[in-house]
Design a protein around this ligand. Structure first.
Ligand SMILES: NC(=O)c1ccc[n+]([C@@H]2O[C@H](COP(=O)([O-])OP(=O)(O)OC[C@H]3O[C@@H](n4cnc5c(N)ncnc54)[C@H](OP(=O)(O)O)[C@@H]3O)[C@@H](O)[C@H]2O)c1
Length: 290
């Protein structure tokens, strides 16, 4: 069995990856206190002692607001930490799978699904740091696979970390009959984390480079929220989902990604449909399990 190191194994994606793939790989899952990725020497030592063949690098400051408040922490973890892992992966011959984000596109003015090679100028600290990390990771470890992930969702599951996310927020609002505001002038993919986790082993054999990795976005975020809410409760979403027409006045915020490259590069095995396709399947499967 392949030996796979997961950094950030206690997090939202990591805890689900471990639950799904624990029987198929020898998984190394050091906690933050056992392996701090900002300590280059410890990272090197860990690779030397444990000889992983693959590292899925999930450890990060994933909260964009926290990155804005504490840019120094963001840079230390999201850039320097990623470079430490990439350097050790290169030194000891491990394949690195690095989680970046669609926030690298936050600043682009084009409309429609964006390709991996479009010129980028991210506006927030998190997006800027992810972009710097992508470039530096690939410079030290050219075989690394950089995955630009979308916002992800899942319901709460026992023993796994779940942040507030698109689905959890809407389910809560429909139960409490509270209101949620979503921007009309925003396009972004939103992906069920199950799909992200399911396809990850297929990324181990991809050539080094950057790949968009998540659901496509044909509708704006407000429309997606309305459709999901209506699917969930079978009611008009009006009382729960409120449109925000004012946000992003200068140009629409477009984080929607063209996902052809990973589909082609994986020989058609990695396929993300639209955000609404994913939400429909998620809702049907959750319904069956009830
Ligand atoms: N969740 C999303 O919707 C989303 C969207 C796009 C991209 N991403 C990216 O996908 C990756 C996984 O996201 P996630 O949601 O699973 O993140 P998460 O739930 O916030 O988990 C982050 C993990 O990183 C660990 N960590 C933080 N600082 C560390 C350090 N210095 N050394 C070692 N471990 C450290 C945390 O451990 P402790 O909690 O013990 O500190 C935790 O296990 C991240 O790169 C994130 O930026 C996520």
């Amino acid at each position: 069995m392949q030996k796979v190191l997961i950094t950030g194994a206690s997090g939202f994606v990591g805890s689900r990856f471990v639950r799904r793939w624990d029987n198929d790989y020898i998984l190394l899952t050091p906690s933050h206190s056992e392996l701090d990725i900002t300590d280059a020497r410890s990272v090197d030592e860990f690779f030397l002692q444990n000889t992983p063949q693959v590292v899925i690098h999930l450890a990060a400051i994933s909260n964009t607001g926290l990155c804005e408040q504490n840019p120094e922490l963001s840079h230390r973890v999201n850039v320097e930490g990623a470079v430490n892992v990439a350097s050790a992966a290169a030194r000891y011959g491990a394949k690195m799978i690095f989680f970046s984000s669609d926030q690298v596109y936050n600043g682009n003015r084009e409309s429609g699904p964006l390709d991996e090679d479009v010129a980028l100028s991210p506006v927030n600290v998190y997006g800027k740091d992810k972009l710097e990390a992508e470039e530096r990771v690939l410079a030290v470890s050219p075989t690394a696979v950089v995955l630009r992930a979308t916002w992800m969702y899942d319901r709460e599951r026992e023993g796994m970390l779940t942040h507030a996310n698109f689905v959890v927020n809407i389910v809560k609002a429909t139960k409490e009959r509270s209101q949620l505001v979503f921007p009309v002038r925003e396009y972004r993919g939103i992906t069920w984390v199950r799909d992200v986790v399911e396809y990850l082993p297929l990324t181990f054999s991809l050539p080094g480079g950057v790949y968009n990795y998540g659901a496509g976005a044909a509708m704006n975020t407000y429309e997606v929220a309305c459709c999901y809410c209506e699917m969930l409760v079978g009611l008009h979403a009006g009382p729960v989902i409120v449109p925000d027409y004012e946000r992003y006045p200068e140009h629409e915020r477009n984080l929607s990604m063209n996902i052809d490259k990973i589909f082609r590069s994986s020989g058609g095995t990695i396929y993300f449909g639209s955000t609404m396709d994913g939400l429909r399947i998620f809702t049907e499967m959750e319904e069956c399990l009830r």
